[in-house]
Design a protein around this ligand. Structure first.
Ligand code: G5P
Ligand code: MG
Length: 226
């Protein structure tokens, strides 16, 4: 029987997790779960949990671990029969331990992007608040300036993408990510990629996944048809 493939992608805000995840999901037929999108869905549904997490997400603060795992675990259990890729979860050691209790990851991708690059990207970033769709005026602009491609509604910019706020978010990311990175390094499943352009990093990630998923006869992983 085909094995299931479980991967996660980590990286600071704006490092390209979402952009790369979408390429991986499309190319390799993995189910894709972004913790940020998932939280925004909860917020849009105005559930009790959604109202609670809004206070954190709107200030770009991490949602507390016990809330995050309580929300994510049932969603992950629904995906148990599939191969998947997680974007933005786990972010803390406590989340990584909770995930470890559910299943063992096969691969973790960590993105190392210089601060200056992140600053440039995020200051150029526009968001459709209702859906969380993200645009970049240089890299992936909307078809009509200032408007969401799907709904035509106006795009906005986040206060948190200003330089001072961004610097503090990045510092915080490094502090909480370090023990998670160390854990996955010790398990031998961490692969780090450095660079300033997603399009230059992508071929290396593509080739790593090709090797992991397709070339070893014992590793026939179960995916949905891409
Ligand atoms: P999210 O949604 O996980 P962040 O802040 O970690 O949010 P973000 O902003 O979604 O990360 P990303 O996914 O790493 O960034 O990057 P991206 O969106 O693909 O790319 C960023 C921008 O750069 C885009 O405009 C893209 O088009 C552009 N870009 C990409 N590559 C290039 C390139 O090569 N060149 C150029 N010029 N541009 C490029 O989490 C949101 C919030 O939810 C909560 C937290 O409050 C968090 O702040 N949260 C959690 N809280 C606790 N625990 C968790 N596990 C949580 N997960 C989420
Ligand atoms: Mg993202």
């Amino acid at each position: 029987m085909a094995k299931l493939f479980r991967a996660a992608i980590m990286g600071p805000p704006g490092s390209g997790k979402g952009t790369i995840s979408k390429r991986i999901a499309d190319r390799f037929g993995l189910q894709y779960l972004s913790s940020g999108h998932f939280l925004r869905d909860c917020m849009a549904a105005n559930t009790e949990a959604g109202v609670m997490v809004r206070t954190y997400v709107e200030r770009s603060m991490l949602v507390p671990d016990h809330v995050m795992t309580r929300l994510m675990m049932p969603r992950l259990e629904q995906l148990m029969g599939h191969s998947w890729l997680l974007d933005g979860f786990p972010r803390t050691l406590s989340q990584a331990q909770a995930l470890n209790n559910l299943c063992q990851l096969d691969l973790v991708i960590s993105l190392n992007i210089p601060y200056e690059t992140l600053r440039e990207r995020l200051s150029d970033r526009w968001i459709h608040p209702a859906s969380g769709r993200v645009y970049n005026m240089g890299f992936n602009p909307p078809r009509v300036k200032g408007k969401d491609d799907i709904t035509g509604e106006p795009l906005i910019q986040h206060d948190d993408d200003k330089p001072e706020a961004l610097m503090s978010r990045l510092r915080h990311y490094k502090d909480v990510a370090k023990p998670v990175i160390d854990l996955y390094k010790s398990q031998g499943i961490l692969h780090s990629f450095s660079g300033t352009e997603t399009d230059r990093i992508w071929p290396y990630i593509n080739s790593l996944l090709n090797t992991k998923m397709h070339t070893q006869p014992s590793d026939t992983f179960q995916t949905r048809t891409p």
